[in-house]
Structure formats: structure tokens, C-alpha cells
Design a protein around this ligand. Structure first.
Ligand SMILES: NC(=O)c1ccc[n+]([C@@H]2O[C@H](COP(=O)([O-])OP(=O)(O)OC[C@H]3O[C@@H](n4cnc5c(N)ncnc54)[C@H](OP(=O)(O)O)[C@@H]3O)[C@@H](O)[C@H]2O)c1
Length: 196
């Protein structure tokens, strides 16, 4: 069981603009000729051969396993229309109840949890494979709590200048990470680090 945070990040460390849009950070998902279907959510990516191999392996590792996300990502994506990435269960970290217009059919894969450690623990118990973590604030808290096994960065060679940071408010006490994989795609470099 591996708990992994994975984000597309600009060279200056941002995963979104101040208005939460991702701008050019997701361009590489449609910048190539090789089709890679997302698992769970109905979208196809078209990427370079190198990115396709990297992406397929990662998505397959998440097939049917659980997913942890923050409430802002859940709200921003409208709960992926009821189809969380990976097609398994999703644990939403929040202080609030589910949206009032969220139907019970859509609610089925989602559990709303009021703390990060509890969400990760429930996700670990809910399946095998890779537990994905989404929402930079949740990823940061997981790092501080020692709950992340792996950090993935899809590094996009642009500067956003301002916005939402992947890593904010972390300190040097976390130590260094071990680089385990580098894949050069077109318009993106995939970096995979093991958390010590
Ligand atoms: N570039 C990429 O690959 C990528 C991927 C995904 C998302 N993003 C970007 O990431 C941004 C959203 O991430 P974010 O970090 O701002 O938000 P987030 O992690 O999705 O959600 C933060 C919210 O989760 C709840 N929460 C967080 N910690 C909690 C705790 N310990 N206990 C209970 N509830 C807690 C709070 O919501 P409540 O108090 O309101 O319940 C908090 O406001 C967006 O801009 C999105 O575009 C980028």
C-alpha cells in the first residue's frame, strides 16, 4: 500500500493560479498522440509516448483503490460528477457536511471525514494499490504527519508568478526525499520521489 500525492506544478512551484484555474499546467495532457484513458472519470488524455507509459502505470496502480481529497478540490470538480479518479472510494476531508444538492446516488463512493489522518487511514483500509492524495493543503498535512510515501511532480516549464503552492508552510525538519524516477515527456518532466 502506497500513499501518493501527485500534482502538475510550474517551475516556480504553483499548482494553480489565484482563481484556482490550472492554465498551461494541464496542456501536456492533450499535447501528444498516444491516448490514455483516465480510470474512473470519463476523460481521455493524449500525451507523448514517454508520458503515456508513466501515466498508464500510475493510473493502473490506482485502479479500484481509494482516494483522499480536500473539500476545495471536491467542490471545484463538483465531485467529479460522482466518479472519483481510480473508480474506487473517495474520502473528502472537510469541516462541512456534503453539499445539500449532492444526490444520494452520487454520494455512494464518497465519505466526508473531518480529519486528515482519519481519511488516510480509512482510505488505506478501503482497498489495496495506491491511495492518491489530492488538494495541496491535504498533501502538505500528510507530509507533516508522515503519512505520504511518495511525492510525484509533473513539472511544467512555465512560471505562474502567483497562485496555489504545492508545498507551502513546510520546514526543513522534513528532511530530504529520494528521487526514484525521472521521465522526460513533451512539455512536462515527470519526477517521482520517495519520502524518507
Ligand atoms: N495542478 C494540479 O495538478 C492540481 C490538482 C488538483 C488541484 N489543484 C488545485 O489545488 C487547489 C485546491 O487545493 P487546496 O489546497 O486549496 O484545497 P484542498 O486541499 O482541496 O481543500 C482544502 C479544504 O479542505 C478542508 N480541510 C483541509 N484540511 C482539513 C482538516 N485538517 N480537517 C478538516 N477539513 C480540512 C477545508 O475545507 P472546509 O473547512 O471548507 O470543509 C479546506 O478549506 C485548486 O486551486 C486546484 O486548482 C491543482
Amino acid at each position: 500500500m502506497t500513499v501518493v500525492a501527485s500534482f502538475c506544478m510550474s517551475l516556480d512551484g504553483f499548482v494553480a493560479r489565484p482563481d484556482d484555474s490550472v492554465g498551461p499546467l494541464f496542456d501536456w495532457y492533450q499535447g501528444g498522440d498516444v491516448e490514455v484513458p483516465m480510470i474512473g472519470y470519463p476523460i481521455d488524455f493524449h500525451v507523448s509516448p514517454a508520458s503515456a507509459s508513466y501515466l498508464r502505470d500510475f493510473l493502473e496502480s490506482m485502479r479500484g483503490s481509494a482516494f483522499v481529497c480536500g473539500r476545495r478540490v471536491f467542490d471545484y470538480t463538483h465531485g467529479w460528477g460522482g466518479n472519483p479518479p481510480g473508480a474506487g472510494r473517495a474520502f473528502v476531508v472537510t469541516h462541512r457536511p456534503p453539499p445539500s444538492d449532492w444526490s444520494s446516488a452520487n454520494l455512494a463512493p464518497f465519505t466526508f471525514v473531518s480529519d486528515v489522518a482519519g481519511a488516510v487511514s480509512q482510505a488505506r483500509s478501503a482497498g489495496d494499490g495506491t491511495v492518491g492524495v489530492s488538494g495541496p493543503s491535504i498533501a502538505q498535512q500528510c507530509l507533516r504527519l508522515g503519512l505520504l510515501d511518495e511525492v510525484r511532480i509533473d513539472l511544467v516549464p512555465v512560471f505562474l508568478g502567483e497562485g496555489v503552492r504545492y508545498f507551502a508552510g513546510l520546514d526543513s525538519g522534513l528532511g530530504s526525499l529520494d528521487l526514484v524516477e525521472v521521465v522526460a515527456g513533451d512539455g512536462v518532466t515527470h519526477l517521482r520521489y520517495r519520502v524518507g
